[in-house]
Design a protein around this ligand. Structure first.
Ligand code: ATR
Length: 322
């Protein structure tokens, strides 16, 4: 389907590109029924007055390639990809942005049609979505201070390059399995050097003790981001509040009740604490902008409405990571 930009030059285009039917988008995941993304993209489409559809698309875990092939055949323009398919989405694409390559994971795919050839392009908007939420929505100021990223799975990989790009002094990646954290930082060494940012890897135990400090790591961090899925398994991480700087922030990529256990020590001590709902909305806005070749939609009213909706729901919602 034609992009709005092309509509500006309608008379110059062949008729096949002036098709006025709605462009099709969606989010692929497993499970996916709980996804807020269709709601978010519907708000963006209204706001930007764009003719598109966006659905939640369930894929069997072993059939991601089949799902992609079906959507391509059906003429989809692009899809978001969520758990557990972000690595497969990256692998399936023909071209990638630098941040997707560093993550080895993609949350945004778009089919690019040139003549009879169709290729798949991959991006990852999770990282810039996180930064936009932390900086623009929460008003947090990154100094040349240490940042701690908990986890080294797909969610952590998706944001590390963007964290480096805001130039903190140091990013420490801590993971239950230390080797995975090491692998992740090694892939980012060159990028970190370019930004004069130091990287370190350690195990979770090295940073979760309130009393036992490793001499190679800072005692305190200015921003601590939980990118693990531990709370999904009922084993929420407890970050010792004395290891957060006085004006530091705890951030959980989960949102709503799923983030409460991790964030409650910060809230109890009057410190900054933020769940991942803003990141979810921001990464969606960036995907929307890429697909529609437009500026990102305004996110503040969408985030406000979504927050109210979630707060109003009496039953505990299933968590969604951006
Ligand atoms: P996602 O795409 O959500 O990141 P993932 O790639 O499976 O999912 O990664 C899950 C992350 O949560 C990993 O960092 C994992 O640690 P391991 O690499 O050691 O498995 C972390 N994680 C999962 N359950 C955890 C728990 N109970 N305690 C601590 N970390 C946990």
């Amino acid at each position: 389907c034609a992009l709005p930009l092309r509509k500006l030059f309608l008379k110059h285009l062949p008729t096949a590109m002036t098709d006025s039917t709605a462009c099709r988008y969606g989010v692929i995941g497993h499970p996916i029924a709980h996804s807020r993304s269709p709601w978010i993209h519907a708000r963006f489409a209204e706001q930007k007055q764009q003719n598109l559809t966006y659905e939640a698309i369930e894929s069997a875990p072993e059939d991601f390639a089949g799902t992609l092939a079906r959507l391509k055949k059906q003429g989809y323009s692009g899809v978001n990809v969520t758990v557990p398919f972000k690595h497969e989405a990256f692998a399936a694409a023909n071209s990638h942005t630098n941040r997707a390559t560093l993550a080895q994971a993609a949350n945004t795919l778009m089919w690019q049609r040139e003549g009879r050839k169709t290729t798949l392009h991959a991006d990852n908007t999770d990282g810039p979505g996180l930064i936009r939420d932390v900086v623009f929505n929460a008003g947090f100021v990154f100094g040349r201070l240490p940042v701690l990223l908990l986890g080294a799975g797909g969610a952590a990989a998706g944001v590390l390059s963007s964290l480096i790009a805001v130039c903190p002094a140091l990013v420490v990646v801590a993971n239950r399995t230390r080797e995975k954290a090491q692998e992740l930082i090694e892939r980012h060494y060159h990028w970190a050097n370019m930004h004069s940012v130091a990287l370190a890897a350690c195990s979770l135990d090295d940073v979760l003790s309130p009393t036992h400090y490793l001499s190679s790591l800072p005692d305190q961090f200015n921003l601590v981001i939980n990118a693990t899925s531990s709370s999904l398994h009922g084993q929420a991480l407890q970050f010792p509040i004395n290891r957060l700087t006085h004006d530091g922030m705890l951030y959980d990529m989960m949102y709503g009740p799923a983030a409460n256990d991790f964030l409650s020590p910060a809230r109890a001590h009057g410190r900054l604490a933020r769940d991942g709902l803003g990141m979810l909305v921001e990464q969606a806005a960036l995907s929307f902008a890429l697909w529609r070749n437009t500026t990102p939609p305004r996110t503040a009213p969408v985030l406000q409405e979504l927050r109210a909706l979630i707060n109003a729901e009496s039953t505990q919602t299933a968590p969604e990571k951006a």
